[in-house]
Design a protein around this ligand. Structure first.
Ligand SMILES: [Zn+2]
Length: 286
């Protein structure tokens, strides 16, 4: 390693090539827009029908009927949550973090949808309330609720630190999904996927390195979403706590998280319907 600089010399038109204007990969103007006012009206007067506490360094599952609201609450203090979403009737339809990022950006807030994987590609949930929406972009380029990171896991922890740690979000989600579905641990693990990092504050350095910093969440902060389909939600309270220092260990102070379900009076927002799966017919040109 080291020694010779392998960077090729810049061509004469390097600056001109760099100066080409960017275009947004997926302009949002043709995305079907959610009726946020209708959703907010349905949330008013909705009653709580279920709640579960996610203990620190552990995970829990909760089912959310389509048309109901899932609320993720920080009840005690700053705590990052790693969220997996499944179609409650079909685990093969699950949250697609990469396409959600491509459609809505690196971080999500009110109005963003959480999309499912191919061949379904439909909104699984729509974010309806974010008490941290005021945070915006901080001086380091950090934002809250990321769809960049994957989830802390024991394989990377072992790769980088040679440790055997069993309470990474990946393992927590695996245990909770196994407990909820009755699937053996190794089968449940295959369904665990890249997460929405709830309350996590992250960004990129100017050199493109992924960074995290202490979550600005405080007791009482909340992220809420409307379940667009029947959901099985699984949430891990990350062993990194507020993720201000490290994860994959028992050293960071950790807090619980609360999952709650709220049912609108009419059962769902007025005029709302379960979104259809992608209408692409799957020919793939064959
Ligand atoms: Zn984690």
């Amino acid at each position: 390693m080291g020694g010779a600089d392998t960077t090729p010399p810049a061509p004469p038109d390097a600056q001109a090539r760099r100066a080409v204007a960017p275009v947004i990969c997926y302009p949002a103007d043709t995305l079907p827009a959610p009726d946020l006012a209708g959703y907010a009206a349905a949330r008013d007067g909705a009653r709580r029908t279920a709640a579960v506490t996610v203990p620190p360094r552990d995970a829990r599952a909760l089912r959310v009927p389509a048309g109901h609201f899932l609320s993720i609450l920080c009840p005690e203090g700053a705590q990052v949550g790693d969220l997996n979403l499944f179609n409650a009737a079909d685990l093969s339809e699950r949250f697609y973090s990469g396409k959600t990022r491509a459609l809505h950006g690196t971080h999500v807030s009110t109005g963003a949808r959480l999309w499912s994987c191919f061949p379904h590609l439909r909104p699984m949930a729509t974010i309806t309330h974010d008490s941290l929406a005021w945070y915006g972009t901080d001086p380091h380029g950090g934002r809250v609720h990321d769809v960049i990171g994957t989830r802390c896991d024991p394989y990377t922890a072992h790769l980088l630190g040679g440790v055997e740690y069993h309470h990474c979000c990946h393992s927590n989600l695996t245990r909770a999904l196994s407990a909820e579905t009755g699937l053996p641990l190794h089968e449940a693990e295959n369904h665990v996927h890249d997460v929405l990092n709830v309350f996590m504050c992250t960004g990129f350095t100017p050199e493109g390195r992924y960074f995290m910093k202490a979550s600005p969440a405080r007791a009482g902060d909340r992220l809420e979403m409307l379940a667009e389909i029947d959901l099985l939600a699984v949430l891990s309270a990350c062993p990194g706590g507020d993720c201000g220092a490290e994860h994959s260990s028992d050293t960071a102070p950790c807090h619980p998280l609360t999952l709650e379900v709220f049912a609108p009076e009419a059962g769902h927002p007025a005029g709302w319907a379960v979104p259809p799966r992608s209408a692409y017919r799957g020919g793939h040109g064959a």
